[in-house]
Design a protein around this ligand. Structure first.
Ligand SMILES: Cc1cc2nc3c(=O)[nH]c(=O)nc-3n(C[C@H](O)[C@H](O)[C@H](O)COP(=O)(O)OP(=O)(O)OC[C@H]3O[C@@H](n4cnc5c(N)ncnc54)[C@H](O)[C@@H]3O)c2cc1C
Ligand code: FES
Length: 233
C-alpha cells in the first residue's frame, strides 16, 4: 500500500452525475484490475473507496458516481487539485492463465461495477462484456469497451445463460453479485463495492461470509472466488 499526492488531471463526464477521473502520480502500487484506492477528502474523516478503472505509467483513472456529499464534492473539484490517495489496496482479479486473450471470459459490470471491467477488457481483448443497469436509461460507459462484444441490459440473468463463457469476472452491489453467483454455472471471481468502514482491516465492516470464515472486503477482498463465498438466505 502507498499513500501520496495525486493531481486531478481530468474529469470526463460519462453521464450526468458520473465521471471518469484521471489522477496523475505514482502508479507503481497497481498490479491487477479489481484493486481499489481510498481518496482522502478534506473535511471528511473516512476515506472514500473506488475501484481502479485502469492505469498507466503516469497515473490512474476511477469512475465516480455522485452517491452522497463526499462524491459530489469530489466530482466538483477543479482540474489541478491535489488529493491524498492510498493506492494498491485489495487483491484484484486473477483469471486463469488458460483463458489466453479471453475468448471464454465474460466481464460483468453492474452499475459503477463496470469500472474494473474496463481495465480487464484492455488486458483480455477477446473477452465478452455484460453491462447491467437498473434501467436501460441509466446505462453509461460502453465507450470504455470499444472493440468488444458488449451486451447492455436491465435483465442481468438471461444473458448469463445466453452468452457462452467458461469463466467470469464480476463487480457490483451485493444483491447483483449474489444473483450472478447463484445463476452462473461457470467458475468466476466476484468483487464487491459494499459499504466499508475504516478501510484498513480494523473494524470488520462489510465482511463477507466464506468457507474460511468471515473475510474483510478491504483486506481479503474485494475480489473473491465464487466457490468460496457463502450466501445468507
Ligand atoms: C471496494 C469498493 C469499490 C468501490 N468502487 C466504486 C467505484 O468504482 N465508483 C463509485 O462511484 N463508487 C464506488 N464505491 C462506492 C463509493 O465508495 C461510495 O459511493 C462513496 O464512498 C460514497 O461516499 P459519499 O460521501 O458520496 O456518500 P455518503 O453516503 O455520504 O458516505 C458516508 C460514508 O459511507 C461510505 N459509503 C457510502 N456508500 C458506500 C458504498 N456504496 N460503498 C462503500 N462505502 C460507502 C462512505 O465511504 C462514507 O464513509 C466503491 C466502494 C468500495 C467499498
Ligand atoms: S472496512 Fe474496516 S475492516 Fe474493512
Amino acid at each position: 500500500m502507498n499513500r501520496g499526492f495525486y493531481t486531478l488531471a481530468e474529469n470526463l463526464p460519462l453521464k450526468p452525475g458520473i465521471s471518469l477521473l484521471r489522477l496523475e502520480g505514482d502508479s507503481s502500487a497497481f498490479q491487477r484490475p479489481g484493486q481499489f484506492v481510498q481518496i482522502e477528502l478534506p473535511g471528511y474523516f473516512l476515506k472514500r473507496p473506488f475501484s481502479v478503472c485502469d492505469w498507466d505509467e503516469g497515473g490512474f483513472s476511477v469512475i465516480v458516481e455522485a452517491a452522497g456529499s463526499g462524491t459530489r464534492e469530489l466530482l466538483a473539484l477543479p482540474s489541478g487539485t491535489a488529493l491524498l490517495v492510498h493506492t494498491g489496496l485489495g487483491n484484484g482479479f486473477t483469471p486463469p492463465d488458460s483463458l489466453g486473450l479471453g475468448e471464454d471470459l465474460l466481464l460483468i459490470g453492474v452499475g459503477t461495477g463496470l469500472s474494473p471491467m474496463a481495465g480487464l477488457a484492455r488486458r483480455y481483448p477477446e473477452a465478452k462484456v455484460l453491462l447491467a443497469f437498473r434501467r436501460l436509461e441509466d446505462a453509461f460507459g460502453q465507450e470504455l469497451f470499444a472493440g468488444h462484444e458488449v451486451c447492455v441490459t436491465e435483465d442481468l440473468l438471461s444473458p448469463l445463460v445466453a452468452i457462452p463463457h467458461r469463466f467470469f469476472c464480476a463487480c457490483g452491489s451485493e444483491s447483483a453479485m449474489r444473483a450472478v453467483a447463484l445463476h452462473d454455472r461457470a467458475g468466476g471471481q466476484i468483487a464487491f463495492d459494499v459499504r466499508m468502514g475504516c478501510g484498513f482491516g480494523a473494524c470488520m465492516g462489510g465482511s463477507k461470509k466464506t468457507v474460511h470464515g468471515y473475510a474483510r472486503v478491504c483486506r481479503e477482498g474485494p475480489v473473491f472466488e465464487k466457490e468460496e463465498l457463502l450466501w445468507e438466505d
